[in-house]
Design a protein around this ligand. Structure first.
Ligand SMILES: NC(=O)c1ccc[n+]([C@@H]2O[C@H](COP(=O)([O-])OP(=O)(O)OC[C@H]3O[C@@H](n4cnc5c(N)ncnc54)[C@H](O)[C@@H]3O)[C@@H](O)[C@H]2O)c1
Ligand SMILES: [Zn+2]
Ligand SMILES: [Zn+2]
Length: 345
């Protein structure tokens, strides 16, 4: 089968690989129908993710059809259409029982990282019963690719951890796919203001279309002052960090209101400053999280009921044969205006 393989920092290739087989009783092999590329795949290609070793097939998002199942799989059978979660979970260990699937003792974020992923014709999914979701009849499968990772990430790490509430004020620093996913799902709670920040004017315009009440180009000096001005000098109840660099974590500290929450979503590669000399008295909370995908069943219902339309995030389509072009387009998002690219079998 064809597969996109990580061959060490800066190196990737579309290669011929053997089709995966069921190894453990709980495994399913899924024929991938549609997959996508994540910002995290670009982190891997930079060499930022040491758990992902050369030779690994990338990809942790997708929808497909069950090809074969192990003897222990009871929820799925060949021919079933499924959504692949970026998080594999046994459902039984202490972390899984606490809803922390991302820390599963025998799973977590392993797909396209510690085990071969979805940017291929077939993928082996361990703990299939608790790591795949049935696709409802008549659902738009392409839209559901957005539920493998980015929608639950924006919602769980940003909106839920950030305690977005009716009438509250929210700022989302970073309007990439994750920040936009937080924007879409924050609206479940009817906050009074959702202020989106980014350096990229195109992404800010997209944010406006997705329901942002205000947008701020953060390349200017006074981004934090602008947020303060929009919130009567107070700052925001929820500041969501959706970039992953020191500057934006500082911005969040500058714009959080007394009693507020800084919800970090970004993957940080270097240390950041924490201004406790200012914040110690401000009753704020700081949260961090690796997406658990515990909200995937709920998000499936909201998409089914047309409460959110994740398809809005899809900007480009490619065939698996053209996946190197897809990477190029996704990697030059500022020029190509790419958000999420769909790669079809
Ligand atoms: N916690 C988790 O479980 C989890 C899961 C998936 C992704 N992530 C992380 O979330 C982050 C966002 O992901 P993404 O796919 O949207 O990334 P992305 O790179 O597409 O988007 C980041 C956005 O931030 C903007 N930006 C950069 N510097 C900025 C600044 N100083 N001020 C304002 N905006 C700035 C960029 O223009 C870009 O639009 C990444 O770090 C990613 O690795 C975390
Ligand atoms: Zn991802
Ligand atoms: Zn577990």
């Amino acid at each position: 089968m064809k597969a996109l393989v990580y061959n060490g920092p800066g190196k990737k290739a579309l290669e011929e690989r053997p089709k995966p087989e069921v190894k453990d009783a709980g495994d399913a092999v899924v024929r991938v129908l549609k997959t996508t590329i994540c910002g995290t795949d670009l982190h891997i290609l930079k060499g930022d993710v040491p758990t992902c070793t050369p030779g690994r097939i990338l990809g942790h998002e997708g929808v497909g059809v069950i090809d074969s199942v192990g003897a222990g799989v009871t929820a799925f059978k060949p021919g079933d259409h499924v959504l692949v979660s970026c998080i594999s979970a046994c459902g039984r260990c202490d972390y899984c029982r606490r809803g922390m699937y991302s820390h599963c003792r025998t799973g977590g974020w392993i797909l396209g990282n510690e085990i071969d992923g979805t940017q291929a014709e077939f993928v082996r999914i361990p703990h299939a019963d608790t790591s795949l979701y049935p696709i409802p009849e008549g659902a738009d499968e392409e839209a559901l690719v957005m539920l493998s990772d980015i929608l639950p990430t924006g919602f769980e790490c940003g909106v839920l951890n950030g305690k977005v509430a009716p009438g509250s004020t929210v700022a989302i620093v970073g309007s990439g796919p994750i920040g936009l996913a937080a924007l879409l799902t924050a609206q479940f709670y009817s906050p009074a203001q959702i202020i989106m920040l980014d350096l990229d004017e195109n992404r800010l315009q997209v944010a406006k279309r997705f329901g942002a009440t205000h947008t701020i180009n953060a390349s200017g000096e006074a981004a934090a002052e602008q947020v303060k001005a929009l919130t009567g000098g107070m700052g925001v109840d929820t500041a969501i960090e959706a970039v992953g660099v020191p500057a934006t974590f500082i911005t969040c500290q500058d714009i959080v209101a007394p009693g507020g929450v800084i919800a970090n979503v970004g993957v940080h590669g270097v240390k950041v400053d924490l201004h406790l000399e200012r914040l110690w008295s401000q009753n704020i909370s700081i949260t961090t999280r690796l997406v658990d995908t515990v909200t995937t069943p709920m998000l499936l219902k909201t998409v089914g009921a047309q409460r959110i339309d994740p398809k809005l995030l899809i900007t480009h389509h490619f065939k698996l044969d053209q996946i190197l072009d897809a990477y190029d387009t996704f990697g030059r998002a500022a020029e190509t205006q790419a958000l999420k690219v769909i790669i079809e079998a």
